[in-house]
Write a protein of this length. Structure first.
Length: 154
């Protein structure tokens, strides 16, 4: 989990639920899945056909002003992250929906170039954050569940 807000995590058999409790004004946070071996993964061979896939259910967007989530993959500190992918406003509210994001989408810049440095040094294959809030806004009351997180590498 990222710092910035109090997040309660409830683990299920094949899912986990995050609830933002006591989220302060302008505090941010979410979930980052980080393999515990500390090794960077090279996704270059899979950029054309690979997909990040998971199921998501949002019980409540709480007080979040945009009702949007940002998805990305993260690399080592000095290299950077993939391009952010924003789910539509209100996505998966009170229903299970599948998220399928092609790796090419995550690693292609607006000018069409692919960021090979980030692509070949992934340390955190999923970063899911409610869209960043500023002072005056809060994540208070947000509650969402993720299940079946996987990379489909063809």
């Amino acid at each position: 989990m990222t710092d910035g807000s109090n997040i309660q995590v409830d683990w299920g058999h094949d899912s986990f639920t995050l609830t933002h409790t006591d989220a302060g004004d302008g505090a941010n946070g979410g979930v980052i899945l980080n393999p515990n071996d500390g090794k960077a993964r090279d996704m270059a061979l899979f950029v054309e056909s690979g997909v990040l896939e998971f199921m998501m259910y949002v019980e409540s967007y709480g007080s979040h002003p945009t009702k949007r989530f940002q998805v990305q993959m993260e690399s080592t500190e000095n290299i950077g992250n993939s391009q952010p992918y924003f789910l539509p406003a209100g996505f998966a509210e009170n229903e299970w929906l599948q998220v399928r994001i092609p790796l090419k989408t995550l690693f292609t810049h607006p000018d069409g170039s692919v960021d090979i440095n980030v692509l070949s040094n992934i340390t955190k294959p999923l970063s899911l954050l409610p869209e960043w809030v500023e002072a005056g806004d809060t994540l208070q009351g947000m509650k969402y569940t993720l299940s079946g997180v996987k990379l489909v590498l063809n």
